[in-house]
Write a protein that binds this ligand. Structure first.
Ligand code: 5MM
Length: 335
């Protein structure tokens, strides 16, 4: 087993999943504003440190994706954040893209940037203790989108990023996110997501990326949030598996879904059904941001000193998702 493959398995095996705590300062400030907490570096650290020192970090959370600010912060116990995460039994990772920018040639779409100087930044993050990285391509969906241009430019960037990350002995998370916003049907989402993922693998193979040493982080196959034709959770699970079976090469060890705006329980329920119906060899788990943190953040915002209460909520959510990653979750386990 290669070193990269063993990192992948440490992160996602036995029902473990990923905490996406890589909100950029702008996004984190928006989340904190929503719960009336002032967005300062200290408050951002306090909330995140509360999560990172929860007991579920040992049994459920195999990896945490950090943002540049957080990976350079020192915890209240005076150790590095990467050390805190490692001591809890999890692995630290880092978001290395610099965000989605307007795509020249198709101004209603985005392309993710961050390749300039990436090799040097990766060396720095590796020294800070990062074992894996993340890059997210974002695709709008409608009758005309994503365009061939957006599909191809984002896939190219994801592949160049992945090759550089593996060169630096870290595991790249490849995140192509077809957004949930829109009136599109689940069938449209299936068609466009398959096209997007197929192109990503075409480029990853061209750039000689070791597919056993990556984690794919896709969206589930859902009808748009403004669609009149919603589908059942069973259908979501079955279409999601159909999409991945047809577009992901069998060497890829694991898939960790993003939650993409689903509610906490919805994201857990869908992951559980995906695992119940999973007839592939892919490990199917979670890499959730909002769907792991929402309730904990809301509770914490009422009393920033209530560490134990906040951790209890985060532990519960993580446990539910870890059960779902093994197809063992049921609604009556929710509090
Ligand atoms: C945690 O949010 C990440 C994006 O932050 P920025 O937009 O500030 O860069 C995002 O990439 C996240 O990792 C994934 O989308 C998964 O998060 P959700 O909330 O969709 O599970």
């Amino acid at each position: 087993m290669s070193e990269l493959n063993s990192i992948v398995l440490k992160i996602i095996k036995s029902g473990k999943g990923i905490l996406a705590a890589d909100e950029s300062t702008g996004t984190m400030s928006k989340r904190l504003d929503e719960v009336n907490v002032t967005s300062t570096p200290e408050n951002r650290l306090l909330f995140r440190e509360t999560l990172f020192s929860s007991s579920c970090m040992t049994d459920c959370i195999g990896g945490v994706i950090l943002y540049d600010e957080t990976i350079k912060q020192i915890s209240s116990k005076k150790n590095k954040i990467t050390e805190l995460i490692s001591e809890m039994g999890s692995l630290p990772g880092i978001k290395v893209d610099t965000g989605a920018k307007v795509l020249a040639g198709s101004p209603d779409e985005n392309v993710t940037e961050g390749l300039d100087g990436l090799r040097e930044r990766l060396k720095e993050y590796y020294k800070l203790g990062a074992k894996f990285t993340k890059w997210r391509g974002v695709y709008a969906i409608s009758k005309d989108y994503p365009s061939k241009l957006s599909i191809s430019s984002n896939a190219h960037a994801l592949a160049r990023y992945s090759a550089l990350v593996q060169e630096c002995n870290m595991v790249p998370i490849v995140e192509p996110e077809v957004l949930m916003e829109g009136e599109h049907s689940a069938e449209d989402c299936l068609k466009k997501t398959s096209e997007v993922i197929n192109k990503c693998f075409e480029e990853l193979i061209l750039h000689k990326v070791d597919l056993k040493g990556i984690i794919l982080k896709p969206n589930m196959i859902l009808a748009g949030n403004k669609s009149k034709n919603k589908i059942s959770n069973d259908e979501i699970a079955k279409l999601t598996i159909k999409c991945l079976k047809n577009s992901v090469p069998s060497e890829v060890p694991g898939i960790a879904f993003l939650s993409g705006g689903q509610s906490e329980v919805e994201a857990t329920q869908n992951l559980n059904l995906i695992n119940k119906y999973n007839d592939t060899n892919f490990i199917m788990t979670y890499s959730y941001g909002r769907a792991l943190q929402q309730s904990a953040l809301k509770f914490w915002s009422k009393d920033l000193k209530n560490i134990e209460g906040t951790q209890k909520i985060f532990n519960h959510r993580s446990k539910m998702n870890t059960l779902a990653a093994q197809g063992k979750w049921s609604k009556d386990l929710e509090i």
